[in-house]
Write a protein that binds this ligand. Structure first.
Ligand code: APR
Length: 248
């Protein structure tokens, strides 16, 4: 990595009025969680059409075993990696206002980040499609699938966003407000392929802000949108960037 780009990015982070991180699956790859797209991506193994909300409601007995394999079994073993800790360090030092993440793995909070907007929800809770009650996922056994609602026996759905499902108003509003108040957006581990999440960096840029991108492969942001594109692994680049920013 040409150091001047990293030095440039650290200078920008050091001088920023309000910085947000916009993160996706790539920041958790080094925690053992596969990305959705690109080499080894989930959508190269499973048909995303099965994760449309309507399909899940009609075929919960078919989709639940995949949800367990893809999400619950994988996330149970996942721990934060140095990239997550670097963002928590930047926040603790007052150089990051918060994280807007598309991830549902809870690893930002596990690493110590305090302001985290989970734009696509999380695996933390489940909701019954029949009686609408919420349950802590830790209290629901996945031995029997689909897991029956403890209250009414209905079908439980993970409290994260399926395709064609709207973003909950509160998190959309909180994330949008934070992005619109920011003058620097640090994109980490996402190609912004999914909307409306992918528009978050544009809110910062269109208000005259600066965009710094850390991705392993080039994305639709990389050339013509990001002001600085640091190509490489988040687990390596983010700690370096945080160290340079906090040393200044
Ligand atoms: N370090 C940094 N970036 C990485 C790494 C890594 N170790 N590994 C992969 N990446 C980058 C890739 O370059 C790619 O741009 O992470 C990105 C992963 O892209 P996606 O798998 O599409 O993940 P994401 O953008 O979060 O997907 C958005 O799509 O399926 C839906 O709801 C799901 O939230 C998800 C949304």
């Amino acid at each position: 990595m040409a150091n001047h780009a990293l030095d440039n990015a650290a200078r920008i982070l050091g001088q920023a009025r309000c910085t947000i991180a916009f993160t996706g699956a790539g920041i958790s790859v080094e925690s053992g969680i596969p990305p959705f797209r690109g080499p080894g991506g989930v959508w190269s193994k499973y048909d995303p059409a099965m994760f449309e909300k309507a399909y899940f409601k009609q075929h919960p007995q078919e989709v639940w075993p995949l949800l367990k394999t893809i999400f619950y079994d994988t996330l149970a073993r996942a721990r934060p990696n140095p990239a997550h800790y670097a963002l928590a360090d930047l926040e603790a030092a007052g150089r990051l206002a918060g994280v807007i993440t598309q991830n549902i793995d809870g690893l930002h909070q596990a690493a110590g980040s305090r302001t985290v907007h989970e734009y696509h929800g999380s695996t933390r809770r489940m909701q019954c499609l029949a009686c609408r009650a919420f349950f802590d996922s830790a209290s629901i056994s996945l031995e029997r699938l689909p897991p029956p609602c403890p209250a009414c026996g209905g079908t439980l759905k993970p409290d994260f966003i399926f395709f064609s499902e709207p973003i909950p108003f509160e998190v959309h509003r909180a994330a949008t407000d934070l992005a619109q108040a920011s003058d620097v957006c640090l994109i980490v581990g996402t190609g912004g392929e999914v909307m409306p999440a992918g528009r978050i960096p544009h809110l910062v840029k269109s208000a005259g802000g600066t965009v710094i991108e850390i991705n392993l492969y080039e994305t639709r942001y990389s050339y013509g949108f990001s002001d600085i594109f640091l190509q490489g692994k988040a687990g390596t680049l983010l700690p370096e960037l945080a160290e340079k920013t906090l040393a200044a």
